[in-house]
Design a protein around this ligand. Structure first.
Ligand SMILES: C[C@@]1(CC(=O)O)C2=NC(=C\c3[nH]c(c(CCC(=O)O)c3CC(=O)O)Cc3[nH]c(c(CC(=O)O)c3CCC(=O)O)/C=C3\N/C(=C\2)[C@@H](CCC(=O)O)[C@]3(C)CC(=O)O)/[C@H]1CCC(=O)O
Ligand SMILES: NC(=O)c1ccc[n+]([C@@H]2O[C@H](COP(=O)([O-])OP(=O)(O)OC[C@H]3O[C@@H](n4cnc5c(N)ncnc54)[C@H](O)[C@@H]3O)[C@@H](O)[C@H]2O)c1
Length: 194
């Protein structure tokens, strides 16, 4: 099968419990990604060793709990989503087995084959968010494309979004007439594509 077959979703991390195993530099990157997108995320970080930068980052977020100890299978009993950033291949295998037993989604920072979801590179402008995946082929290209889109999408797009939301909430009539109106007023955005 060719092409990217990943199904993108946007998760409300504040409504679930994420367990992050591994608290080194990669763990820090993953925790930063979680919190920059979802500052209200409930996250438990477990690491035999926890680097100071993780402690410092976590100190600013009430719902992040650091456990300075070894992983145990029961840690997944209260997890909804799992991210592993350990330096131990055998432990990764064990985490995958334990996650499967509990029907959990799990991500491994350095082992795409073990993952059942990937993190994406993220562009954010107010309420707008774009997530990029290269199907694991080149995270660097995902990062570069994020930079390109971040520069080229005007900040004003968020103002447009807010205005459209006001209009959307104020429209009267049946569903199809509302959809027609919303599409009419946004037609200008794609006029150069035709
Ligand atoms: C998007 C982003 C999100 C995030 O992590 O938050 C992300 N990686 C980012 C950066 C990045 N990661 C790495 C480099 C160094 C260059 C390189 O190695 O290529 C750079 C870029 C750089 O620094 O230039 C190392 C690396 N990453 C993976 C492997 C293993 C492998 O490929 O086998 C290795 C080698 C490890 C080693 O050799 O030890 C695997 C994955 N990385 C993914 C996501 C998933 C696929 C995403 C996609 O579909 O594109 C996937 C499959 C799983 C996952 O981690 O979810 C984030 C962008 C940050 C931003 O937006 O600024
Ligand atoms: N550093 C990078 O840029 C990079 C990039 C991509 C992938 N990777 C890979 O990702 C992995 C993590 O990288 P890192 O630099 O964060 O490594 P690291 O050694 O700094 O961190 C590993 C973490 O896993 C924890 N850990 C190990 N065994 C544990 C156990 N039984 N229970 C709980 N915690 C345990 C350690 O205590 C530590 O907190 C490595 O396999 C690395 O090859 C690294």
């Amino acid at each position: 099968m060719e092409g990217n077959q990943l199904f993108p979703v946007f998760i409300k991390l504040n409504t679930i419990h994420t367990v992050l195993i591994g608290a080194g530099n990669v763990g820090l990157e993953k925790l930063s990604a979680l919190l920059s997108n979802s500052p209200e995320a409930k996250v438990t970080v477990i690491g035999l060793e926890v680097i100071p930068e993780i402690q410092e980052l976590a100190a600013g977020f009430d719902r992040v709990n650091i456990q300075n100890r070894a992983f145990k299978a029961e840690d997944l009993d209260y997890a909804d989503l799992v991210i592993a950033a350990t330096n131990n291949a055998q432990l990764n295998e064990e985490i995958r087995v334990q996650a499967d037993l509990r029907h959990l989604l799990v991500n491994f920072a350095d082992k795409p084959d073990l993952c059942n979801f990937y993190l994406g590179s993220v562009v954010k402008k107010g309420d707008l968010k774009i997530a990029i995946s290269t199907n694991g082929k080149s995270p660097t290209i995902a990062k570069r494309l994020k930079e390109v889109l971040d520069e080229s999408i005007p900040e004003e797009l968020d103002t447009t979004l807010q205005q459209m939301n006001t209009l959307r909430n104020s429209l009267q009539g049946d569903f199809s007439s509302k959809v027609k109106k919303l599409n009419e007023v946004t037609e200008i955005l794609t006029k150069d594509l035709k």
